[in-house]
Write a protein that binds this ligand. Structure first.
Ligand SMILES: *[C@@H]1O[C@H](CO)[C@@H](O)[C@H](O)[C@H]1NC(C)=O
Ligand SMILES: *[C@@H]1O[C@H](CO)[C@@H](O)[C@H](O)[C@H]1NC(C)=O
Ligand SMILES: *[C@@H]1O[C@H](CO)[C@@H](O)[C@H](O)[C@H]1NC(C)=O
Ligand SMILES: *[C@@H]1O[C@H](CO)[C@@H](O)[C@H](O)[C@H]1NC(C)=O
Ligand SMILES: *[C@@H]1O[C@H](CO)[C@@H](O)[C@H](O)[C@H]1NC(C)=O
Length: 374
């Protein structure tokens, strides 16, 4: 074994031990030092995007697709320059089928820690949002888990992660909870759709806050403020669980088409990123790029809503179920454009598709670069 490899193995073993033994403060400290170490690399930065990655609700709590996805994310991390993968954005349905019960739930181990455990992937922090299945359980426990894990960053249902790209500027990822943003979609009545009778009556089952308790307007005004704050970033993304546009089984989410889509256009985002559909899609409509990357733990073949889209707008889709290979997305940032790629897992990470997102050229000041939390 080479010295370097030995060092990496030791480091990852130490990190693994730490993850299990570490008190809350140490976990927070490791997050901070991890961030400093990653900043020292001057290679082109990249991020990974996964969605609908949360295994299955019964033993062994993982799916074959998820296991291949995790292995491919690890192997690709090993092929990219050390420290260049800045983040994994995990866009909901983190735990099938009914989320987690509480912060002690063993699913954090069986579906996350023990699966995405490759030594090369492990140092990369995850940034999360909830999906409809997470809201069928205790979504706030997923937020609390941020204090237990050195790489689980889920500070609130809405939050922003900013990555500094050396010599380029910022790449901002505004993460939104699409269950809380929509009024009528399937997203809205998860209780009725999925909750089995035993859970439905259980007091412990957490519900989405009632519409009277929260204001969708408040969430949209937060989003618009974030879009203004990060408007001059060369790369600007909005990411959430449900698609705005999709060719798949569920199709477009009408509330998001109505209220979110105009903001994406107005603020000229680099792209909208999501999951919910268990496939990979790249759609371009009226100059906005939409990516679906929901094939991390399940693949569904349906293209039921293809007919809605004008010719040429569906640039690519992947829905190959039979091979038990999951898929995920990467974004690699250069000075003039970002590469958006779809990667099929398998014995190796295999490039399926690649598209270029040009650097945004906008001229407007904004006031700061702090990660924003609602
Ligand atoms: C949700 O999880 C938190 C943290 O474990 C716990 O304190 C809370 O009681 C849970 N809520 C319900 C309704 O079970
Ligand atoms: C890593 O994940 C694989 C697949 O789930 C599992 O077999 C292995 O035991 C895990 N290793 C650790 C150290 O958790
Ligand atoms: C397309 O974009 C223009 C502005 O560039 C906007 O006025 C128009 O409403 C958009 N059309 C659709 C269908 O979104
Ligand atoms: C984008 O992909 C091309 C082809 O693989 C590669 O040559 C280029 O360096 C990549 N750029 C970035 C910014 O990742
Ligand atoms: C970074 O990306 C640019 C494209 O924007 C490419 O020309 C360059 O080779 C890449 N640098 C490295 C170190 O991969």
């Amino acid at each position: 074994m080479s010295k370097l490899l030995q060092h990496m193995v030791l480091k990852s073993l130490a990190a693994l031990l730490l993850c299990y033994l570490m008190p809350v403060e140490a976990a927070q400290l490791m997050k901070q030092t991890g961030a400093q170490i990653r900043q020292s690399s001057n290679a082109n930065k990249s991020v990974f995007v996964v969605a609908d990655w949360g295994g299955i609700g019964s033993s062994p709590f993982v799916t074959p697709w998820e296991v291949t996805t995790a292995a491919a994310m690890d192997s690709l991390s090993g092929r990219l320059p050390d420290g260049s993968v800045e983040a994994v954005f995990a866009l909901g349905d983190n735990f099938y089928s009914f989320g987690v019960k509480n912060v002690e739930d063993d699913r954090f181990r069986t579906t996350f820690e023990a699966v995405f455990n490759g030594s090369r992937l492990r140092p990369t922090p995850w940034y999360l949002v909830a999906g409809n299945h997470d809201w069928l359980g205790n979504a706030s426990a997923q937020i609390l888990y941020s204090k237990r894990s050195s790489r689980w960053n889920f500070p609130d249902y809405f939050h922003t992660k900013v990555i500094q790209l050396d010599g380029i500027g910022c790449a901002a990822f505004i993460l939104v909870d699409t269950v809380l943003l929509s009024e009528s979609a399937e997203a809205l009545h998860p209780d009725d759709l999925y909750r089995p009778p035993t859970l439905k009556s259980a007091k412990s089952a957490r519900r989405r806050p009632k519409l009277t308790d929260v204001s969708i307007d408040k969430y949209f005004s937060w989003l618009e403020k974030q879009l203004q704050l990060y408007y001059s970033c060369p790369y600007l993304f909005v990411a959430g669980h449900h698609p705005v546009w999709s060719i798949g089984q569920h199709g477009p989410t009408s509330d998001l088409v109505r209220r979110l889509d105009p903001l994406l256009l107005k603020y000229k985002v680099s792209a909208y990123l999501c999951g919910h559909e268990h496939n990979m899609q790249h759609i371009v409509l009226n100059g906005t790029d939409y990516f679906v990357a929901g094939a991390a733990a399940h693949v569904t073949t349906s293209t039921a809503h293809m007919g809605l889209f004008p010719p040429g707008s569906v640039r690519y889709y992947w829905n190959k179920q039979a091979d038990l290979d999951g898929a995920f997305m990467t974004l690699g940032f250069g000075s003039d454009y970002a590469n958006a790629t779809f990667v099929e897992a398998g014995s190796e990470a295999r490039l399926l598709y690649s598209a270029r997102l040009p650097r945004r050229r906008v001229h407007q000041q904004f006031s700061g670069l702090d990660d924003g939390v609602l």
